[in-house]
Design a protein around this ligand. Structure first.
Ligand code: GUN
Length: 284
């Protein structure tokens, strides 16, 4: 195996396996799993993400329903749509694409999704399930994908020092909990951490999710570290780049994810896995 972790290939292989499992579900239950995707407004990046999610559904055999609401939609309309989808037994997963436009409070909207259908794993209940290691919960897709990429390297996390840079609810916090569940010793660093390099240099596994282009340089990484780059930024030339300075870090890492083609494709593959998991729990 090369040192570059091929997230695209790993995601494609996972989707192939999911396709078979979805077909088995459809044969035994008599219907396909169904994902409802809600997007409010016209954010161009969100539109691309939503399109890719719908395409992934088609690729694995999940039925998708896209709800594209105008930015001028009343929050009450969105709230009622979520309630309607919660009550619809043919819908297994509900996803509200973030960020929501101004005037919508995601903190109020996301908890309305039935936790059993919350395939993003963003609701209080599912984050609680992750904290308590309750395997029945639906966990956040990007952290799940990151764990698959780390495990694909064959590294045994037991007793290893994992350093997470970033403390978001969507990536930093949940991935730290997952690393802990795999018996790593976990440190969480963030924007207020003093002398970040002091911490990152001690990492056997380094996960970076802060949204700052090329923040992590080669001299901040230990020889042989596994480096996972969750960032999606534009560099000086308008080219996509991560939070890790690939050029200087790659020679030191034992394994490293590229941007693009690392973590990104795994997020959508794990969304499909969560949709199937939700569907299995929603068999009437
Ligand atoms: N916006 C950017 N990433 C995500 C995601 O994983 N889920 C949702 N719902 N919105 C996002």
């Amino acid at each position: 195996m090369g040192k570059i972790i091929d997230g695209k290939a790993i995601a494609t292989a996972l989707q192939e396996r999911l396709k078979e499992q979805v077909a088995y579900f459809a044969m035994t239950v008599g219907r396909k799993p169904k994902l409802a995707v809600i997007m409010v407004g016209e954010d161009p990046a969100s539109a691309i993400y939503v399109r890719n999610k719908i395409r992934a559904c088609e690729a694995v055999g999940v039925t998708s329903e896209a709800y594209k609401l105008a930015e001028s939609t009343e929050p009450a309309y969105l709230e009622n749509l979520i309630r309607k989808l919660n009550a619809d037994n043919s819908v297994d997963g509900i996803l509200v694409q973030l960020p929501l436009p101004l005037g919508f409070n995601a903190k109020k909207i996301i908890p309305l999704i039935d936790p059993k259908k919350d395939v993003d794993g963003f609701s209080q209940m599912n984050i609680g399930s992750l904290l308590l290691d309750d395997k029945k919960g639906l966990y956040s897709c990007t952290p799940l994908g990151i764990m698959q990429l780390i495990l694909s390297t064959g590294v045994d996390l037991t007793g290893k020092h994992a350093v997470v840079v970033g403390r978001s609810n969507e990536v930093g916090k949940p991935v730290a909990l997952m690393l802990l569940q795999h018996n790593a010793t976990v440190t969480i660093c963030h924007s207020k951490t003093k002398d970040l390099g002091e911490f990152t240099r001690t990492a056997d596994v380094l996960v970076v999710a802060v949204g700052q282009k090329k923040l992590i340089k080669g001299d901040m990484v230990k020889d042989g570290a596994v480096v996972i780059d969750v960032g999606i930024n534009c560099d000086e030339n308008g080219k996509l780049c991560g939070d890790v300075d690939f050029e200087s870090v790659e020679p030191k890492a034992s394994f490293i994810t590229p941007v693009p083609g690392g973590v990104g494709p795994m997020t959508i593959a794990m969304l499909m896995a969560n949709t199937l998991k939700a569907a299995k729990g929603n068999v009437q």
